[in-house]
Design a protein around this ligand. Sequence first.
Ligand SMILES: Cc1cc2nc3c(=O)[nH]c(=O)nc-3n(C[C@H](O)[C@H](O)[C@H](O)COP(=O)(O)OP(=O)(O)OC[C@H]3O[C@@H](n4cnc5c(N)ncnc54)[C@H](O)[C@@H]3O)c2cc1C
Length: 535
Amino acid sequence: MSGVHEHEAIVIGAGVAGIYQIKRLVDLGADAVVLEAEDDLGGTWFRNRYPGCRFDSESYTYGYSFSQEILDTWHWKELFSSQPENLRYLNHVADLFGLREHMRFGVRIASMVWDEAACSWTLTATNGETFRARFVITALGPLSSPTLPAFEGMDEFAGESFHTFRWPDDLDLTGKRVGQIGTGATGIQIVPSIAPIVEHLTVFQRRPNWSSPLNNRSITDEEMEEIRRRYPQIFENCSTTVGGFEHVPRWGFWEATPEERRALWDELYTRPGFAIIGANYAEIYFDEAANQELSNYIADRIRGRVDDPEVAEKLIPTDHGFALQRLPLETNYFEAYNRDNVELVSLQDTPIVRVTADGIETTAGHHDLDVIVYATGFDAITGAFDRVDIRGVDGMMLADEWADGPRTAVGMMTNGFPNLLMLAGPQSVSGSTNFPRAIEDGVEWVSDLIEYARAEGITRIEAEQAAEEEWATEVARMQDRLLIRNSKGWFTGYNANLAGREGKPRYQAYFGGAPRYRTRVAAIAEAGYPGFDLR
Ligand SMILES: Cc1cc2nc3c(=O)[nH]c(=O)nc-3n(C[C@H](O)[C@H](O)[C@H](O)COP(=O)(O)OP(=O)(O)OC[C@H]3O[C@@H](n4cnc5c(N)ncnc54)[C@H](O)[C@@H]3O)c2cc1C
């Protein structure tokens, strides 16, 4: 296709963030379009189709809050809804507001160049199409850039092998010998889902992750009615907690007796969702001794669920405390290892030597496999930015600027890249909370800024360096006071699949909590955007 497609605003990405953003832009009367690389909308919930894929957030605290019509018309069927249902939900929202007509699919943006004279961005897609827009809003996704390990021989495997992000639609694992590498949030959902159907499942564990029960169940019609009645209260509750959930943390770890702490944990362990981290003592995030006691409790729980004591010990992390990395929630994950057809291989004991045509060879021997599943995670938060060649003022390249970690002004913009606004991006609060709650706040802040710019005749908005420096200090301060600061997970930018990302922690997400963040960005808007150069 030839010619340049001109728009006032372009949103890149049609996930939870892009869908709401285009709704707000359409409501503003802006000439706007969403460009989406995949063949349809949904983002995370379009792409991740592996068995067992579902929310860890309660369905009804995850859903959008911005429209009464959505709340009235959607019936969540499970406390933690599965991927097909989540995708149906996002399609329902798009259809309700006729948003598809403002979306283009199969358009992957490869480069973006700032044109100072025209005060606009020129975007080029991998299919050669060119777009121009005054404002670009990235909704690229925090976990949309999958990463693979680099084992010798990966290309030589004769069976099917794939990253969980690209699980084949027609794959039948019945009677197959499957090898799964990785036991993060995704891997922990897959193991118990496929264990009953495969002939043999070999789980290659790089490092064990803590995990605790999801405690999912269905939602009856009567309960859904009650949830609908409670919606205003639910979203009000979510807006007051650090994590954007209804779970309310408490202080007083050391004031309680060990028996009282244990009684609380016994109760939280059987409660649905993130209660075990959200409604626990806040000291577990700050105080090593408090965290160790809870970790010991969870370790005993694992020992109580896994028949073979040696396997149980291998499943218990020793390099980080409970709740200090993104906590995967599980359904019968640990019991899966009690099956005769499930085998755990700890790669810390016996590393992978190579992938062969018919399996995986470790230092202990060869595992014959028909299928290899790479549950090896994502280049989180900044990965999708690094995959686009973004050139700002004087040709400066975003990937270079962020080589040692992202720098932003309140997670919304970055100096040298005018009119580029970011949703759920680096150093915003989204990464450390129930995503959609913070995504809605971000969309509203960005939409208000664009509305303000249109009303005031402002055509150029750029984050000032001083604002970026101030935010860098705040982000570091909030992260460094938490035990999370040393964790080797995506919260802090650790990624064993990426060169140079196993060392120093990065400051990728804001850990000051959702209310503090919301207050901060609201104050900026109310004060006429100090820290942002508006012309
Ligand atoms: C398996 C899984 C489970 C999760 N569970 C939860 C949960 O329970 N609770 C929670 O709060 N969060 C969860 N998350 C995080 C989840 O990513 C967010 O909740 C939310 O979906 C993010 O929405 P988004 O719109 O920001 O990004 P995404 O849904 O990732 O959408 C980004 C879109 O941008 C597109 N895109 C990227 N780059 C380009 C480009 N260059 N050109 C064009 N298009 C591009 C992508 O194709 C994608 O469609 C989970 C994530 C995963 C992977």
